[in-house]
Design a protein around this ligand. Structure first.
Ligand SMILES: Nc1ncnc2c1ncn2[C@@H]1O[C@H](COP(=O)(O)OP(=O)(O)O)[C@@H](O)[C@H]1O
Ligand SMILES: [Mg+2]
Length: 265
């Protein structure tokens, strides 16, 4: 299954959630492909690649420009985390110049170019994550057109909830125009939850009202160790201490939910 990770709001934890789910899934033996569709390339950096490493590499920008069946195979590189399960995580990296694909949106059938590039390439993986930028523009639409389901990470605050709602409404209105008529939101992951904030508790309730069973549990709490792992380009599971262990347990539960969603599809 291919999942686009999207929210029409920056800083929701799209990239963090994608990486921690990949970490959890690879640790239990699954093969995971991460596709970086954000020109910010945070996913690519957090899997161990500096911008200078990428200057001569094939990235999502070339995959989309090439528009050839299966051409993403030439872009696949390994995860550079120094943990044994990193060998089960691969990456199609991105660079800032992915931005140059945006003006192509007006060309006939342009939204299908990523799907075409990934065709066949994803067969070897149990799960594929397409990490989107915080917009609903062309780069996200390319990801949606290549996805089987959409997961929206969301902080329990107004603008994030609104961003996730726009993702859901966009899919309802436009999935058919992306040649993916049954594409829908399959999960809302509440991230960076702070139980001391009444605001977060209140919006968690409103998320359950808005999205019902689509809100996966448990929420991911706000924890410095997670931000530090992301900053250092290391997996959550390599962090020591009880706070990190608790987060690992939470992402294991979220990975269970993802696998049951996979099985039901
Ligand atoms: N649960 C969390 N606790 C603490 N910091 C977090 C958490 N989730 C994400 N962050 C931090 O918040 C920032 C935004 O997360 P990121 O995954 O880059 O969001 P997005 O991809 O949606 O823009 C990053 O600095 C990340 O390390
Ligand atoms: Mg991101």
């Amino acid at each position: 299954m291919r999942y686009a990770i999207a929210n029409n709001k920056g800083g929701a934890g799209k990239t963090t959630v994608a990486l921690c789910l990949a970490d959890a899934l690879a640790a239990r033996g699954r093969r995971v492909l991460m596709v970086d569709m954000d020109p910010q390339a945070n996913l690519t950096r957090r899997l161990g690649y500096a911008e200078s490493d990428l200057s001569s590499m094939v990235t999502t920008s070339e995959v989309v420009r090439e528009n050839r069946t299966g051409c993403a195979a030439e872009a696949v590189i390994g995860c550079r985390w120094s943990v044994p399960w990193a060998e089960r995580i691969d990456l199609v990296p991105s660079r800032f110049d992915l931005e140059n694909r945006v003006p192509e949106a007006g060309q006939l059938g342009a939204h299908l170019r990523l799907a075409r590039g990934l065709d066949g390439v994803t067969d070897d993986y149990d799960v594929v994550f397409l990490d989107c930028p915080p917009s609903l523009g062309h780069l996200t639409q390319l990801s949606f057109a290549a996805a089987d389901g959409v997961i929206a990470p969301v902080v329990a605050e107004y603008d994030h909830v609104a961003g996730a709602t726009r993702v859901r409404d966009f899919l309802t209105a436009s999935a058919q125009h992306l040649d993916r008529p049954s594409l829908a939101l399959v999960g809302v992951i509440v991230n960076a939850q702070d139980r001391r904030r009444g605001l977060h508790t209140w919006h968690l309730g409103s998320l359950r009202d808005l999205f019902g069973d689509l809100v996966w549990t448990p929420p991911v709490p706000s924890r410095s160790v997670l931000a530090e792992a992301m900053d250092a380009a290391e997996p959550l599971r390599a962090q020591t201490g009880s706070v990190a262990r608790d987060l690992v347990t939470i992402f294991d539960e979220l990975a269970d939910r993802l696998e049951s969603t996979n099985a039901a599809a």
